[in-house]
Ligand binder design. Structure first.
Ligand SMILES: NC(=O)c1ccc[n+]([C@@H]2O[C@H](COP(=O)([O-])OP(=O)(O)OC[C@H]3O[C@@H](n4cnc5c(N)ncnc54)[C@H](OP(=O)(O)O)[C@@H]3O)[C@@H](O)[C@H]2O)c1
Length: 250
């Protein structure tokens, strides 16, 4: 019987998929709810992960972070089925670098910042029913103000300007920290993580972009970082901007 219910948004691809796989293989205690804007993609991903062998359990739910009705429906159905969640992983995101400034800012801020704020608000009543409520935000080192302010640091090799993406992740970090300030007294632990530069569809779907020009790592490494947080190994880093090997400055 699963004792920890973990909901991951954007679980059908990249970091979310790998995290689901790592967690489901790690323990029979974990029930991972794979939230995806496409139930078809989630069902396919769930079957693939299950057929490779897991200890935990998986289920799926439709959830588009830009659609409040979809978010609320997902929260209601998860509440009816499970009564609580123990871990919420706000992972869904986009890396929009459209040449049109308004297009890329609208996409990044809507999906990467407003989306997680809406998801957290809708699921928080279920999360706070847990004895170990844990809220994890998948941010990006690109959202570190200090790192971008450092002109000597290596710049991301993006096909267009990453300004909107990075602004959306810096703002996401504030959403996370404010949630921590508001709900710390109720036992909520908040973690902000950068999954690292890993293979996924974030940059695009061509082999060159998925592999980050051959430099991106296996997203399983990001899944392992999430597992270490969920297992309590990173508790000293609660409320910080963490990556696999340490802490990023804000
Ligand atoms: N990969 C990296 O190198 C890297 C580095 C730093 C941070 N990150 C962060 O890691 C997170 C996961 O991205 P990824 O790299 O795994 O990219 P990905 O493979 O493109 O996965 C992104 C996931 O988000 C979903 N998504 C997009 N828009 C959505 C919406 N409106 N509602 C619900 N789900 C939506 C996607 O669904 P569809 O499959 O339907 O598009 C997909 O499941 C993102 O927050 C990203 O910013 C990634």
């Amino acid at each position: 019987m699963a004792s920890r219910i973990i909901l991951i948004t954007g679980a059908n691809s990249g970091v979310g998929y790998a995290a689901t796989q790592v967690l489901a293989r790690a323990s029979e205690q974990y029930h991972i709810i794979m939230a995806s804007r496409s139930l078809e993609k989630a069902t396919k991903a769930k079957s693939e992960i299950e057929s490779a062998g897991i200890k935990g359990r998986l289920s799926t739910v439709q959830l588009d972070v830009t659609d409040q009705e979809s978010i609320q429906k997902a929260a209601t159905s998860v509440g009816q089925e499970f009564g609580k969640i123990d871990v919420l992983v706000n992972n869904a995101g986009v890396g929009n670098v459209d040449v049109d400034v308004a297009t890329r800012f609208k996409a990044c801020l809507t999906i990467n910042t407003l989306g997680p704020a809406l998801v957290s608000a809708a699921f928080r009543p279920l999360l706070l029913k847990s004895s170990t409520p844990t809220s994890i935000y998948v941010s990006s080192g690109g959202g570190s103000l200090a790192r971008v302010a450092d002109l000597t640091a290596a710049k991301p090799r993006a096909p267009g300007s990453p300004d909107a993406y990075q602004a959306s992740k810096a703002a996401l970090n504030m959403v996370a920290l404010q949630e921590r300030a508001d709900f710390h007294d109720q036992g909520l632990k908040v973690f902000i993580i950068c999954p690292g530069f890993v293979r996924s569809n974030l940059r695009g779907t061509s082999p060159e972009l998925v592999s980050g020009w051959g430099m991106a790592k296996d997203p399983v490494t990001a899944g392992e970082t999430l597992l270490s947080i969920i297992q309590g190994e990173r508790d000293a880093d609660e409320g910080k901007f963490i990556h696999k090997d340490g802490i990023y400055p804000w």
